[in-house]
Design a protein around this ligand. Sequence first.
Ligand code: PRP
Ligand code: URA
Length: 209
Amino acid sequence: MGKLIVLDNPIIKHKLTILRDKNTGTNEFRQLIKEISVLLAYSAGNDLSLEEFEIETPVAKTTGYRLSGKKLGIVPILRAGLGMVDGVLDVFPAARVGHIGMYRDEETLKPVDYYCKLPKDANKRDIFLLDPMLATGGSACDAIEKLKNLGVESIKMLNIIAAPEGVEKVRKEHPDVNLYIASIDEKLNENGYIVPGLGDAGDRLFGTK
Ligand code: PRP
Ligand code: URA
């Protein structure tokens, strides 16, 4: 079974509270999404492999370390996942970036695909799939399926807020995927929104409502 890591950290709780607040404006919202994404990226990088090499400090020779193993790919689910890209790229600047475009039909809550462009060698990379919201899990499962159909074997999904229903669906349908989440909230409401959540992440990021 893949990992389920929920970041239990006072800094995250502090930042999440401001993010949730309906009075937080677009600019600060975008900045907080980025900052929390950095913390999620560090957490998701905990098991990356290292190789040793020798360096010289101004004082002495010592053993240094650099990330080794598979190259990385970052794949945001549009639109809201875009808000997480810069933070994750700050941590892994050499990663390639692909995009999966998907929106949730307001009536059926089912994801509708509209775009997909991934690195040619995506199947050889460890993929970090980004979406701030994991609600019913429909969009996440479709995006994971797309990646797997291209031969991707290692997927880590980074979410800022998840509903228990979405976590359960991803774990059931894709038990090999590792999940890194800043908060698992209480539930979904009758409109498929996460409670207490933060509202519509895409609209709050881009100021479209
Ligand atoms: C949001 C969110 C996820 C999806 C989660 O995107 O960013 O992609 O909903 O819901 P689910 O788990 O029930 O599938 P949305 O469809 O609002 O599109 P947007 O990012 O373009 O606003
Ligand atoms: N998508 C969002 O942006 N917010 C939710 O609460 C659920 C899905």
